[in-house]
Design a protein around this ligand. Structure first.
Ligand SMILES: [Zn+2]
Ligand SMILES: [Zn+2]
Length: 242
């Protein structure tokens, strides 16, 4: 009898959920992650979808668009990660979406953006899915860690929720924002800022972040993962900045 009750309670909850969602959509209709216009299907409206810039061919390591198979920076100093896979080039509606997720107090768009990314990048088979952690101070200020939310949603949309690991990679010191710094300065700023537990020992890692610019942060985080015994790190990002 209790089992029956439990089942009917569960099915009642399941029946209420779509209703709750449609009420929420009446009050807060889903909006484009780029221009904020109401949309039928998230994350992007047809106009923004059209304006997205797909990834261009370029460096096999850091994803920088260009004619060479490996860019000058990666040749001079190979990064700790094996590759960067991004949903598109940073700019236009995708930049607006990253900005909204990061600074616009719109953590809810992590879900459609995670699904969008899952449709565009392959998560390496068997990889543990981690994210580049925010510093504690900024996480408290913002109220959420956007890369962690994105990694949750990417993993769920790809049917890989079981591979999602939280708390494995940590920031051991606060770093100043990377915005406005040059390549060398960015590398210095984040060097030694991360530490990883041995949970990644012998495992391949998919490391999620919202945007990759010079790759300095991803490099420092990947180094910590390799030091902890990870066999290979692939960076997955919404956008690759040129
Ligand atoms: Zn739009
Ligand atoms: Zn490169």
């Amino acid at each position: 009898m209790f089992a029956t009750l439990r089942v009917s309670a569960a099915s009642a909850a399941a029946a209420v959920r779509p209703l709750a969602r449609s009420i929420a959509e009446l009050v807060w209709p889903p909006r484009c992650a780029g221009c904020r216009e109401p949309v039928a299907a998230e994350p992007f409206c047809p106009v923004c979808e059209e304006a997205l810039m797909p990834m261009a061919s370029g460096c096999v390591r850091c994803g920088l668009p260009g004619p060479e198979p490996v860019c000058g920076a990666c040749l001079a100093s190979p990064p700790a990660f094996a590759a960067v896979r991004a949903g598109g080039l940073f700019g236009g509606p995708l930049a607006d979406a990253v900005h909204a997720l990061k600074y616009g107090d719109r953590p809810a768009i992590a879900r459609p953006l995670g699904a969008w990314l899952a449709a565009r990048v392959a998560i390496p088979e068997g990889a543990a899915i981690l994210s580049i952690p925010l510093g504690r101070r900024r996480r408290i200020e913002r109220g959420y860690d956007q890369a962690a939310l994105l990694a949750d949603e990417l993993a769920a949309a790809a049917g890989r929720a079981g591979d999602r690991r939280r708390g494995v990679l940590v920031r051991i010191r606060e770093t100043a924002p990377q915005v406005g710094r040059g390549r060398a300065e960015r590398a210095r700023n984040v060097r030694g800022a991360f530490w990883a537990t041995c949970a990644v020992e012998g495992r391949e890692v998919a490391l999620v972040d919202d945007v990759v610019t010079t790759g300095a942060t991803a490099d420092a985080a990947s180094r910590a993962l390799l030091d902890a015994g990870a066999v290979r790190v692939t960076v997955l990002a919404l956008a690759r900045a040129e």
